[in-house]
Design a protein around this ligand. Structure first.
Ligand code: SAH
Ligand code: SF4
Length: 401
């Protein structure tokens, strides 16, 4: 593994940093870009066209300065630069696994005078013919799934849509994934001549359906064909089962759905995925049956983490198949990825094979997910940033805001 401490690394921020003076326009929806342009003096009748232009420069070309925007007048470039920046999330560190997986620890500016900068992680997984970016939707997570490291993090806030999109922009910067640019020497990227980031999964830190407005806007920007251009079918949102928001996710984003199921009985799922106490398995599966757009061509992925002696028996495999009957489903078995002091162990390989065999015989193909980036703790459920302690007084002040 390699850790790159980037030269741009800033010194540790003061405990309560002031909000940055100039906001960044990177990652904004076209509607928000139009607002920014209006602030910079663009007349109403030009807003739509100018927003399309800006969207192209920011999200298709990856422009790093307003001056690069050659078809925008010098005056407007100046007016924009006076008010806005093209800042991306700040990279605190970049780690590269022996298998080519990359993990970035990113620092986001404070949001308002009482908040402090926050840290999140983003992971890039190159494979044959595709490159998947695993993005975070929150700093930490308010849920406390007992096998997940992110769930132990105490400092939590929602990311803005621009902060979610910023993770993709930054990955494209670091991978040379803009038109006319090349990957840095030694980087592992799909070698088929296509884009280096082809797929997005909301499987980093956070519960995306507890931040659905921002996730919806982020998907809109990422899927824009004249901008970042990742198709909606290549964007997967994973949820632990926030049932009341699932329909809206389908209707408003058209994204692929993944469900963190992990257990086939409520008593066990109540412990592993505590949100199950609110929305039990039967309700969750009913919401899947009626998920807008689900079909055999667009299946729902069910994730199932393999925990030794906890949820990995052949009887549970058979029950899983029975439960999913009638739902257009894919099953993804995830070997448990341990973290310091985690209370579980990964199932033995033989047990995983037996489980997978039962699932396979029921008609579900290639279900075991290979752990990637294990040497840099980049695998599912291992993400946890350093910024996690926040004094009770600060939390109260933030909540009061
Ligand atoms: N909060 C969302 C998305 C992020 S978690 C959700 O829970 O779906 C992404 C996936 O990693 C989920 O399926 C989660 O259950 C799984 N996961 C969490 N911790 C893990 C671990 N230690 N080993 C393997 N998978 C884990
Ligand atoms: Fe949150 Fe998902 Fe981790 Fe559960 S598995 S604690 S919902 S990030």
């Amino acid at each position: 593994m390699t850790t790159i401490e980037l030269p741009s690394r800033a010194p540790a921020p003061p405990p309560l940093a002031p909000a940055p003076a100039k906001p960044s326009v990177v990652g904004l929806t076209r509607a928000r870009l139009a607002e920014a342009l209006s602030e910079a003096g663009v007349p109403e009748r030009q807003l739509k066209m100018r927003a399309a232009q800006l969207n192209h420069w920011l999200h298709n070309r990856g422009a790093a300065s307003f001056d690069a925007m050659t078809n925008v007048s010098k005056d407007l470039r100046g007016a924009l630069a006076e008010r806005f920046t093209l800042a991306r999330p700040e990279i605190v560190s970049e780690q590269i696994s022996v298998d080519g997986t990359r993990k970035w620890l990113l620092r986001l500016p404070a949001q308002g005078p009482r908040s402090r900068p926050a840290e999140i992680e983003t992971v890039y997984i190159p494979e044959e013919g595709r490159g998947t970016l695993c993005v975070s939707s929150q700093v930490g997570c308010t849920l406390t799934c007992s096998f997940c490291h992110t769930g132990t993090q105490t400092l939590v806030r929602n990311l803005t849509a621009a902060e979610i999109v910023g993770q993709l922009v930054l990955a494209r910067d670091r991978l040379g994934d803009w038109s006319g640019r090349a990957a840095p020497e030694g980087a592992v990227v799909p070698g088929d001549g296509g884009r280096f980031v082809t797929n997005i999964v909301f499987m980093g830190m956070g519960e995306p359906l507890y931040n659905l407005d921002a996730v919806r806007d982020a998907v809109e920007v990422m899927a824009d064909g004249e901008g970042l251009g990742v198709g909606r079918r290549k964007i997967t949102v994973s949820t632990s089962g926030v049932v009341p928001e699932m329909r809206r996710l389908g209707e408003e984003t058209g994204a692929q759905l993944a469900i963190s199921l992990h257990a086939v009985r409520d008593e066990l799922r109540d412990v592993l995925v505590p949100i199950n106490r609110k929305y039990p398995i039967a309700e969750l599966l009913e919401a899947c049956r009626t998920y807008p757009g689900a079909s055999n061509a667009r299946r729902i992925t069910f994730e199932y983490v393999m925990l030794k002696g906890v949820n990995d028996s052949p009887a549970e495999a058979r029950e899983l198949v029975r439960l999913l009957k009638g739902i257009p489903a894919k099953i993804n078995l995830i070997p448990f990825n341990p973290w310091p002091a985690s209370p579980y162990e990964c199932s033995d390989w033989e047990t995983i094979e037996k489980f997978s065999e039962i699932v396979f015989r029921a008609g579900y193909a290639s279900p075991v997910r290979t752990p990637r980036g294990r040497d840099i703790s980049a695998a599912c459920g291992q993400l946890k940033s350093e910024t996690q302690r926040m004094r009770a007084k600060e939390r109260l002040a933030l909540a009061a805001e």
